[in-house]
Design a protein around this ligand. Structure first.
Ligand SMILES: *Cc1c(COP(=O)(O)O)cnc(C)c1O
Length: 422
């Protein structure tokens, strides 16, 4: 029903409904051709044009409806066009769209306060993306170590299979060679150790090491969880060697794993945390959070961003966070529905043991490792009205909005069963 009203919005009344789809498809093809002509070829894009989203649903330009289990890759945490986010943006857009950080900015202050009151951190720095939050975290860790430990400190240990972003230092921090290729020389100072190997981490620490940086659950690396006590042991190694612990919660943060931040599951706290993705509920924003003694190594002139803490971005993020935290409802829902989803995937695995190797993840950050490439399955799902993502070649990844319901999960599981059954 929604589908036809969407079509009606765009088409002249005299159009024959039988021809509608064909006409729209032609318009689409033209757009996609222009996309290829004018945009740099950095993404393997699916051949659809997304035009509209509401809650769990998105529609392409032919009016076809999809249930969105990608959610902008853990970005649209409240679903598409959540009314609270839309209203916050509209209001702020009428008031003040941008002001320089040469002045105090109210939406920034409100958001920083919310983040501090709900995390380990005492101070926040705002930027515009995940990679930028990582760059700033690296700079802050180096500066802190040089200020307080010794001038020869700069090394950061990260994990193999990690992903920290695409700018040069974030890329250098990323422990996957395939992302480095063609961009060498990398930024010096990064050492990679196997994730979940505490002895390897101990051995990698040397006189120049200043920090360890990890994702609490590896995302792009195939949804890989830390083993029992791993993060606690990492924290201990950091404390024993005067190293800072940086957690990259760009994907795991903002309720994704059923807690506001994934470190809460482990009982430990980082010294620095990078946020982005879900923070703005779909609006671009990144943040670096830190304890006071660390944050104070940033002084005027050490770090900055023209757009960082933009009023619109902060208004969207404040609305997103307030909605996430209201009575803890969405976080409870995420834990409960995430368990339900994981159980469903485990059942699917039993049924199709020859295709499915393992189900991993927490809350609504779930991965299904398969014996074969994921792309054909992603394509079949799309044809059948579901957006899902594949990472690391053979891991189907599900990062739906936190508002996803059992019914939508059941539909997806039925669809996957049908695809595997073929
Ligand atoms: C997405 C992601 C990044 C990079 O964020 P961008 O906003 O794309 O720069 C960094 N780290 C993790 C864990 C991510 O998932």
């Amino acid at each position: 029903m929604k589908q036809s009203s969407l079509l009606a919005e765009k088409l002249p009344a005299f159009c024959n409904p039988c021809d509608l789809w064909y006409i729209l498809r032609q318009m689409d093809k033209k757009l996609i051709d222009e996309s290829k002509k004018y945009l740099m070829n950095t993404y393997n894009r699916a051949p659809i044009v997304l035009r509209k989203g509401r809650g769990m649903k998105v529609w392409d330009s032919t009016g076809k409806e999809y249930i969105d289990f990608v959610g902008g890759i853990a970005v649209n945490c409240l679903g598409h066009c959540h009314p609270k986010v839309v209203i916050a943006l509209q209001k702020q857009a009428q008031r003040l769209i941008h002001a320089s950080n040469l002045y105090h900015i109210e939406p920034q202050i409100r958001l920083a306060k919310l983040l501090v009151e709900n995390s380990f951190a005492d101070k926040v720095f705002f930027c515009n993306s995940g990679a930028e939050a990582i760059e700033g975290s690296i700079k802050l860790a180096r500066k802190y170590a040089k200020d307080h430990v010794s001038p020869g400190k700069y090394g950061i240990i990260t994990a193999q299979g990690s992903f920290h972003g695409r700018t040069l230092a974030a890329l250098s921090a990323t422990g996957q060679e395939k992302f480095h290729k063609g961009f060498e020389p990398l930024v010096p100072g990064f050492t990679y150790v196997p994730f979940n190997d505490i002895d390897a981490l101990k051995k990698a620490v040397n006189d120049s090491t200043c920090a360890v940086m990890l994702e609490p659950i590896q995302g792009e690396g195939g949804v890989r969880e830390p083993s029992e006590n791993y993060l606690q042991q990492v924290r201990q190694i950091c404390d024993e060697n005067r190293l800072l612990l940086i957690l990259d919660e760009i994907q795991t943060g903002m309720g994704r794993t059923g807690k506001l931040f994934a470190y809460e599951h482990s009982g430990i706290q980082p010294d620095i945390m990078a946020l982005a993705k879900g923070l703005g509920g779909g609006f671009p924003i990144g943040a670096i959070l830190a304890k006071e003694h660390v944050a104070s190594s940033f002084q005027p002139g050490t770090h900055a961003s023209t757009f960082g803490g933009n009023p619109l971005a902060c208004a969207a993020a404040t609305a997103t966070m307030e909605t996430l935290l209201e009575d803890g409802f969405l976080l409870d829902h995420c834990r409960r529905i995430g368990t339900y989803f994981k159980d469903c995937l485990e059942k699917l695995k039993k049924e199709y043991a020859s295709y499915i190797i393992e189900i991993r993840g927490k809350g609504l950050m779930l991965g299904m490792e398969m014996t074969k490439a994921g792309d054909p399955i992603v394509e079949s799902c799309m044809k059948m009205g579901f957006l899902v993502n594949c990472t690391s070649g053979n891991v189907l990844r599900f990062t739906p909005p936190l508002i996803v319901t059992e019914k939508e999960i059941d539909h997806l599981i039925d669809t996957l069963e049908e695809i595997f059954g073929r």
